[in-house]
Write a protein that binds this ligand. Structure first.
Ligand code: 4AD
Ligand code: MG
Length: 429
């Protein structure tokens, strides 16, 4: 039976067997220190020349970086060790002596590391990020499940667009044209009419020619959709969900956040009741701060960063001009030139992490919108049906997983938030 490194606390004073890789090694003639990792954690193995057999000593001496091995030894609590434990090694069984490993513990350029992504994810930082990503996913799903949401999986191959036609990924579907999904939302609206409160979690695709720190070609979205929920209630659901996620990561990912050197005092401030400003107020704020901005334009990254600087918590920007938003957003009945929508902007310059809105529920307005947006009535006939057969007020939103991970982990670029990023110039590995 193998023990995992994150469970050695239960085995102090006992002899255990680990399956591990060697990520670093130090020696001083009479003593060798093996830095071991097994995916669950890190531990230092200690060998004293006079206490182990010559074979074991020899095997340890020959180990190269990333060699795979089984190690036996006694677990000892040690206050000086970062994990609090060390292992006095008694036996080594080498599975494979690794070839010379391309990623040394020195600095490497990003393009090189991206080419080596299949190996790079073994590094401490990258593994910590992927673990936080996994915790964020389960925190979101646990929260939604607890609030009575049902998980529904939308298709990946779709016949039409959700978020505009400019960045669709085209493919053939036998004799028809198909597109990789940009968002599961339209299908989630259908599902909400069947199940009330639903969410999807899956990959989405945008053939965006933008090469920024925030854009991926393939990214993952969580998309809740709720029948009988209006704009205001949707915002409350978003802030409760996100505050829960941040709290969960602070409580469950302490060692990962430490590896990432994340300033957690900034995350501690994210407690819910996020500030809200209207698009109009955001435009005023920008002009007041000396960034010229005309009503009717869309915010770019520098604008979002400037707006976010005024707040400690994520901020909702609500009521964007209807013109610049998606075809399905419900216009504010009191002021139809703006929509009942909100983007949630993360603090510290991480930009938009959630986009959401109340949806149009009136069939004739929906039908007009298809024409205005040059979308075929035939392609969207099923979507119009949702407004013909028992239409109800409903709202939903999409949380971009990678931007959320980048923000919570405090990363410069979304490329490190997903195991194998797909970017403008990258499809390998
Ligand atoms: O604002 P978006 O485009 O909204 C939608 O797709 C809606 N249909 C969602 C809904 O209401 N169900 O995208 C939602 C979020 C953004 O806020 C952002 O976090 C992320 O998805 N996102 C991207 N993340 C990485 N790379 C890209 N190219 C992204 N585009 C959007
Ligand atoms: Mg958006």
């Amino acid at each position: 039976m193998l023990t995992h490194i994150n469970k050695v606390a239960d085995h102090v004073g006992e002899s255990v067997r680990l399956g591990a890789w060697l990520y670093n090694k130090r020696s001083s003639g009479k003593i060798q220190f093996l830095q071991l990792r097994d995916g669950t954690g890190y531990i230092q193995g200690v060998l004293l020349k006079k206490q182990v057999s010559p074979e074991v000593w020899e095997q340890a001496t020959n180990l190269t970086q990333e060699s795979s091995l089984y190690v036996e030894g006694t677990i000892r609590a040690d206050d000086r060790a970062p994990s609090g434990f060390e292992m006095d090694v008694t036996g080594i069984e080498v599975i494979q002596q690794a070839d010379e490993y391309p990623i040394s513990l020195k600095e490497h350029g990003v393009e090189f590391l991206m080419d080596q992504r299949h190996l790079w994810i073994r590094s401490r930082r990258q593994a910590a990020i992927l673990r936080v990503r996994s915790e964020i996913i389960s925190a979101i799903q646990n929260w939604l499940n607890g609030e009575g949401f049902t998980l529904v999986d939308p298709p990946v191959l779709t016949p039409s667009s959700c978020e505009g036609t400019t960045n669709l990924f085209h493919t053939k579907y036998f004799d028809e044209d198909a597109y990789l999904t940009q968002s599961g939302q339209l299908y989630m609206e259908a599902a909400a009419m069947a199940l009330g409160r639903v969410y999807s979690f899956g990959p989405t695709f945008r053939a965006e020619k933008s090469k920024t720190r925030r854009h991926l070609i393939e990214f993952w979205m969580i998309e809740p959709e709720m029948a009988f929920v209006e704009h205001e209630e949707s915002l409350r659901i978003q802030e409760s969900m996100l505050a829960h996620v941040v709290r969960h990561v602070l409580d469950h990912c302490k060692s990962e956040l430490a590896i990432l050197e994340r300033d957690t005092s900034k995350l501690e401030k994210v407690t819910g009741s996020f500030p809200r400003i209207t698009y109009d107020e955001a435009v005023e704020l920008l002009n007041r701060e000396g960034m010229e901005f005309t009503w009717g334009e869309d915010f770019g990254a520098p604008h979002e960063t400037k707006i976010a600087e005024s707040f400690d918590q994520p901020v909702f920007i609500t009521h964007y001009p209807t013109e610049i938003k998606a075809f399905y957003m419900k216009p504010d009945p009191k002021r139809p030139e703006v929509a009942l929508c909100a983007d949630l902007i993360a603090p510290e310059g991480y930009g938009e992490i959630i986009g959401g809105s109340q949806r149009i529920d009136d069939p004739s307005l929906m039908s007009e919108r298809f024409d205005e947006h040059q979308l075929s009535q035939d392609d969207y006939a099923w979507y119009l049906d949702l407004r013909k057969y028992g239409t109800v007020p409903h709202s939903g939103f999409g949380l971009g997983l990678e931007r959320t991970v980048a923000w919570i982990c405090g990363l410069d670029h979304v490329r490190e938030t997903i195991p194998f990023p797909r970017m403008l110039n990258r499809l390998y590995p």
